[in-house]
Design a protein around this ligand. Structure first.
Ligand code: SPV
Ligand code: MG
Length: 557
């Protein structure tokens, strides 16, 4: 729960429920504000802007539903909207309940349903059902005062949450009945149990509502809706001792303006280029909707694709291009945002269920001391290559096994894709490699040629051809013929693991092992006819070779 804005540090415990927070807000001696919202999205925006409560405006909800503010939407349809708003937020919602959707009996049911949905309070106005917006026409008929008092009592008697608030809205000023009638009605509604009185006005100045407040004194909280007298400085309301100001419809109106502008521009331009920069990105929309939480929950609750899969990570080299940074530790142990690269890679693997992880150490091997990993050492690291390091872990390459460089970072979905792939030997290839290193083309190491290029419209394998196949993997492939860059991340099946072990043994026997890279190993396997499948990815990863990569890594996290 977010802290109640009025809770003093070390003060009494915060009220726990939304209704109790609305109650505290209405009763507080300071001026408080409720901001209009009309759906889950706008409600979230209101809470994100640090408003302590939400006004669920009848005008705005109707307008957002494409109907008029004349009870054209049924109360259960409004209730559906309120449920989304309440679920999307933690701050209390005061709902504009119009005239209560009927007589006392209808209101009783409404109040019970609102309590069930954790709506903090309702405001009802003393007009007739079906209502008309107060700013339309003149001298609208008012409800019989006694009948309205009965409605308030019925509402209070029906609330299942003891802190649920009922605000009585007095329309006497707008209907032209004058201050005395407004005060008479406010007094009656107060006596019937209303928790606060909303005195409404459609004048362009605040004179009549301030006159009301002066005459009313402090008999109970007074709420204002300064839609028409918006030019009145807020300090005037504060000085007058007003409880709460409602900014009643401004998100809905702002949304109409923004949507009309963007629509007409796209219609005119027949292009999105002119609007893209001034609207939130799709990524921002995902963040706004809390997609991170879902990804986290998926990791917690979905079966792990990597269960039973091992990993061998090659982390024997120093990373000399990083200079001083690797004077006393291998590059995989450089910290990015307070955690070594290798630890982050191990976290990603573990999150996907890959628990049996072996790291091949070499340079400054004592510095690779992460908990719960296996280590093997290539003590000849200074004179040997990646294949020799991998062969130090020969007996760990068993069953399904991920083989990766120890200095790469990637998003979880990349590992998911790789673990889901069915081939005996599968490599991940970045189809967007040109973007990754546009500023430093020399950094691209391992380009590949595949059986077909990446097709953005074909996210899964081609149903006719199956997965793309590796054709060539080398560091002398020209940019023109390349289909992507190998990430330094591969997976082998049990059969693939056996082939890798046999090939490493063959390389040891023919004397090529010591200087060979993983590229050489994979190339030899392909030369012998072994199929190597490709999982295409589109960015979302990086490796660390030079100091500038560390800055990218910080941004990546
Ligand atoms: C609403 O927001 O629907 C209101 C306030 O009832 S007003 O439109 O100002 O009457
Ligand atoms: Mg209304």
């Amino acid at each position: 729960m977010i802290p109640h804005p009025k809770a003093a540090p070390g003060g009494p415990a915060e009220p726990a429920t939304k209704a109790s927070r609305l109650r505290a807000l209405l009763a507080s001696p300071q001026l408080e504000f409720l901001m209009e919202a009309h759906d889950g999205m706008s409600a979230r925006i209101v809470e994100g802007a640090s408003f302590a409560g939400i006004w669920a405006s009848g005008l705005s909800i109707s307008t957002a539903l494409g109907v008029r503010d004349n009870n054209e939407a049924s109360w259960t349809q409004v209730l559906e909207v309120l449920e989304f708003m309440s679920d999307a937020t933690t701050v209390p919602i005061l709902v504009d309940g119009d005239t209560g959707y009927g007589n006392f009996n209808n209101l009783r049911r409404v109040v019970r349903k609102l309590c069930q949905r954790d709506i903090a309070g309702i405001c009802i106005e003393d007009k007739l059902f079906p209502k008309t917006n107060s700013f339309i026409g003149e001298n609208q008929p008012l409800a019989d005062m006694d009948e309205f008092c009965g409605k308030i009592k019925a509402g209070k008697d029906s609330q299942t949450d003891p802190d649920f608030q009922i605000v009585a809205r007095v329309e006497a000023l707008i209907a032209g009945w004058g201050l005395d009638e407004a005060l008479r009605r406010a007094e009656a509604y107060h006596g019937a149990g209303a928790d606060a009185v909303l005195i409404h006005s459609k004048r362009a100045d605040a004179d009549e509502v301030l006159a009301f407040k002066r005459a009313w004194g402090d008999r109970g909280p007074v709420v204002l809706v300064p839609t028409k007298y918006y030019a009145t400085p807020t300090q005037v309301f504060r000085d007058a001792g007003i409880s709460t100001v409602i900014w009643a419809n401004h998100n809905m109106r702002a949304a109409i303006t923004a949507m009309q502008e963007v629509c007409s521009q796209i219609r005119r331009d027949e292009s999105l280029a002119g609007v893209e920069e001034r609207i939130v990105s799709v990524g921002d929309v995902f963040a706004f909707s809390g997609n991170d939480e879902l990804a986290e929950a998926e990791r917690r609750y979905l079966p792990k694709t990597g269960q039973g899969t091992r990993a061998v990570l090659i982390a024997a080299s120093r990373g000399a291009d990083l200079g001083e940074l690797t004077a006393e530790r291998p590059k995989c142990m450089i910290e990015v945002r307070g955690r070594p690269l290798l630890a982050r890679l191990v976290d990603t693997l573990r999150d996907e269920g890959v628990r049996d992880i072996t790291v091949v150490r070499g340079y400054c091997k004592d510095k690779i001391n992460l908990p719960s990993i296996h280590t093997v050492d290539n003590d000849l690291f200074a004179h040997t290559g990646e294949a020799a390091s991998l062969s130090c872990a020969l007996d760990r390459i068993q069953g399904d096994c991920v083989i990766a460089y120890g200095d790469i970072l990637f998003r979880h979905h990349i590992l998911d894709q790789l673990l889901d792939a069915a081939g005996d030997i599968v490599v991940t290839v970045d189809a967007l490699w040109r973007q990754r290193t546009a500023d430093q083309p020399a950094r691209v190491r391992d380009l590949v040629v595949c059986s077909r290029p990446f097709d953005p419209d074909l996210w899964a394998d081609d149903p006719d051809d199956g997965p793309a196949r590796l054709v060539r993997l080398a560091n002398d492939i020209g940019a023109d013929e390349a289909h992507g860059e190998w990430m330094g991340l591969a997976k082998v099946s049990d059969a693939g693991a056996r082939l890798v072990r046999e090939e490493l043994a063959a390389m040891a026997a023919d004397g090529t092992l010591q200087q060979a890279s993983l590229l050489d190993l994979i190339t030899r396997l392909m030369d012998k006819g072994q199929v190597v499948d490709v999982v295409y990815v589109t960015g979302q990863w990086l490796d660390v070779d030079v100091a500038a990569d560390l800055r990218d890594a910080r941004d990546f996290l």
